[in-house]
Design a protein around this ligand. Structure first.
Ligand SMILES: NC(=O)c1ccc[n+]([C@@H]2O[C@H](COP(=O)([O-])OP(=O)(O)OC[C@H]3O[C@@H](n4cnc5c(N)ncnc54)[C@H](OP(=O)(O)O)[C@@H]3O)[C@@H](O)[C@H]2O)c1
Length: 177
């Protein structure tokens, strides 16, 4: 587990994830469901903010829409040499990803207060001790999958918002003070 003190930042750090009842978040590099409302929710929530993600998730987005998320700065965690367009930057460590998110928040997004952590599994796990907020789409399904959200101590988090929809819910948790 990551030492939270190594990941200190002035930014609010919020994970955004869609997770099934059985903890699954991905299968074969994709999400195991198609929920347009959730994609819209992700877009509205993250728009004009830095979004940190692992290389596999980044490549899944490139495959799906042909470019990094428009209107946001994607910070891609990878050990590989990656050519990125202007609205995406590469980071070699969680700490470097945070520093790049801070720079983007200040210089490109008008001083926004929040950076989003958008997966996948190891990236959520690495940032978990430093997260302030969880923006979770709870999907009422038990799909087969190969990627799961890491275990998190629910006693350490308080549910502050729940918006029930048909087959899923938009839920927010904040870390207990
Ligand atoms: N349901 C959801 O909300 C949600 C959200 C995100 C993703 N997903 C799903 O999750 C799956 C992908 O997740 P994943 O866990 O397999 O992959 P991932 O986290 O997207 O990417 C893993 C890669 O990120 C890089 N990486 C991770 N931590 C790093 C670190 N500390 N320093 C440097 N590089 C680091 C490495 O890239 P290199 O190998 O290049 O070094 C690693 O192989 C897909 O199925 C996707 O659809 C679902």
């Amino acid at each position: 587990m990551t030492d939270a003190s190594a990941l200190e930042t002035e930014l609010e750090l919020a994970a955004i994830v869609a997770v099934a009842d059985n903890g699954v978040i991905g299968r074969d590099g994709e999400m195991p469901w198609h929920l347009p409302e959730d994609l819209q929710h992700f877009k509205e929530t993250t728009m004009d903010h830095p979004v940190i993600m692992g290389r596999v998730t980044y490549e899944g987005i490139l495959e799906a829409i042909g470019e990094p998320l428009p209107g946001r700065t994607t910070v891609v965690l990878t050990s590989r040499e990656l050519e990125t367009p202007e609205n995406a930057v590469v980071a070699r460590s969680l700490e470097e990803a945070l520093r790049k998110a801070e720079t983007a928040a200040e210089n490109r997004h008008g001083g926004v207060d929040t950076a989003f952590v958008a997966g996948g599994a190891t990236v959520y796990e690495g940032f978990l001790p430093a997260l302030d907020r969880l923006v979770v789409t709870e999907v009422d399904r038990d799909p087969a999958g190969d990627t799961e959200f890491p275990d998190w101590d629910r006693d350490a988090w308080t549910e502050v918002d729940r918006d029930e929809r048909d087959g899923f819910a938009f839920v927010e948790y904040v870390r207990e003070a």
